[in-house]
Design a protein around this ligand. Structure first.
Ligand code: PGA
Length: 254
């Protein structure tokens, strides 16, 4: 399965800075890599149109993701952005259930589930994030906690509608902290989650990618990305630096 590397730029960069970073990344990407690894950038909403214009006019192979989407399709929801609006901008992916949205913006599992369903209705691939806090890890309840997040967040998905899905293990204690999860931690959780998802009606062997996110950097990328069970990475901080992001991509053994 092709590995996927996603750069989550979070609340950084205006649209001009975003174009510059896209161009820097693209300039340093060897073609062989672009053909073998899926590269996805997730800028702020305000940069999506500009990046999409550059990508389509220069025929770049880099793909775009949004960082969020509305749980609603349309109507009186001031400030929201719908999946259909994103689809018109040729967005292929959207991050949902990121822990920053869950903890800072009170996104509960049912809201995450609505968002996943709206994306699938619009043929956008959800990058579904889940992961435990440090308390859940320490108390030993993290696998139960994660199982619940998966069951609730991916409820009601139908096989005939789910073409692709990215499932991202993002332990909260590893996000933006510099403290990366050990390969044993990652393998344990992804293996566990894969077994849960295998029993879901929407499962199909080659439509779901299982990835890791949380302090991925050039120092740890090689170990994580070349593990058989890890199909890719969701990279935050390091994706804002073109050379670090490229180093992470190059760490994938082709
Ligand atoms: P980080 O963020 O790489 O800065 O830890 C990862 C994420 O939030 O997706």
């Amino acid at each position: 399965m092709k590995k996927i590397i996603i750069g989550n730029w979070k609340l950084n960069l205006d649209h001009l800075e975003a174009i510059q970073l896209l161009q820097k990344i693209n300039y340093s990407l060897p073609e062989s890599i672009e053909d073998n690894i899926e590269i996805v950038l997730s800028p702020s909403f305000t940069s999506i149109r500009s990046l999409q214009t550059v990508i389509s006019s220069d025929k770049l192979k880099i793909k775009l993701s949004s960082q969020n989407v509305s749980q609603y399709s349309s109507g009186a929801y001031t400030g929201e952005i719908s999946a259909a609006q994103l689809k018109k901008l040729e967005i292929e992916y959207a991050i949902v259930g990121h822990s920053e949205r869950r903890t800072l913006f009170n996104e509960v599992d049912s809201v995450v589930n609505d968002k996943v369903n709206r994306l699938i209705d619009s043929d956008i691939v959800p990058i579904f994030c889940f992961g435990e806090s440090i308390d859940e890890r320490k108390s030993g309840t993290y696998l139960n906690f994660i199982e619940n997040q998966i069951d609730e967040g991916l409820k009601g998905l139908r096989k005939d509608k789910v073409n692709k899905l990215v499932v991202a293990y993002e332990p909260i204690w590893a996000i933006g902290t510099g403290e990366v999860a050990s390969l044993e931690n990652i393998v344990e959780v992804l293996d566990y989650v894969k077994n849960i998802i295998k029993k879901k009606p929407f499962f199909n062997d080659d439509n779901i990618k299982f990835i890791y996110g949380g302090s991925v950097s050039p120092n740890n990328a090689e170990d994580i990305l070349n593990s058989k069970i890890v199909d890719g990475a969701l990279v935050g901080g390091a994706s804002l630096d073109a050379s670090k992001f490229i180093e992470i991509i190059k760490a994938v053994e082709l």
